[in-house]
Ligand binder design. Sequence first.
Ligand SMILES: [Zn+2]
Ligand SMILES: [Zn+2]
Length: 287
Amino acid sequence: MTSQAVGIEYDARIRRAEKLIAEKSPASEILSFYKRIASFQKTLAMQIADANRQQLLQTNSGAEQRPRDTPQFGSVRDALDLALVLPQFRSFLSLVEQNAPNRLAAAARGIAALPSESWTALLTSYWENAGRFDQQISAFAQFFPRAFLQPYASYVAGRKAVPPVLVTLRVCPLCGGRPYLGVLRVEGDGGKRWMVCSFCEHEWDFRRLLCPTCGEEDEKKLPVYVAEQIPHIRVEACETCKFFMRTIDMTKDGYAVPPVDDLAAIPLSLWAHEHGFSRLQPNLLGC
Ligand SMILES: [Zn+2]
Ligand SMILES: [Zn+2]
């Protein structure tokens, strides 16, 4: 993956956030903050892609061939080279300090004052455990390592070979992380459902009628709620485990960009909470 290809992905997210803000989304404030985060992530992702390319060129130097970048099997979790991104962590913290709401800005100041060994511990522990054992960790506590490492995890996932899977997996085949979002994409006459990993953003296919949290498959226990004002976003709840998954329905709006449209779906969170459903994994900004 070239750095340009990586950049295009983030540009699409930034443009979508701008469009939703222009349409007076009730989540405009969140989306404006997200736009700054996404711009930072874009720069970081492009640096990671460039550094990887340099490494491949060095490995293959002397040979006439183009750098080889064949997908390898293995877990995303095995690939962390913190030295590659750690120098950028301070500027990430300043960005948050300058643009986030008070409590998050204060947390950024607090982390900036810690010695770099604490940063290493924070980032390493997130990388090892994110999406697996962190149900007790609040979205607030996860925000810094998650927003900072997401481009890295996503880049690594994009270069992994996907193992053949014969059953429907409830965790990501590339890292074992839980999904935080569903996506319906056009396939044949209908839509095919995918899960998006909360750690590495890999998407894997998933059955339409199946709770990703507890495995419930009885249609009567899987109510779906769609609000009139945002028809392309579904809340897929489960009466058995009381968790819900939000799903972006691309068959209804082909211009949606899942991670961004998810941030804009605040009214649906309110509905789910009122009905006693919780989200298995929150999105980046905890909404
Ligand atoms: Zn994953
Ligand atoms: Zn369930």
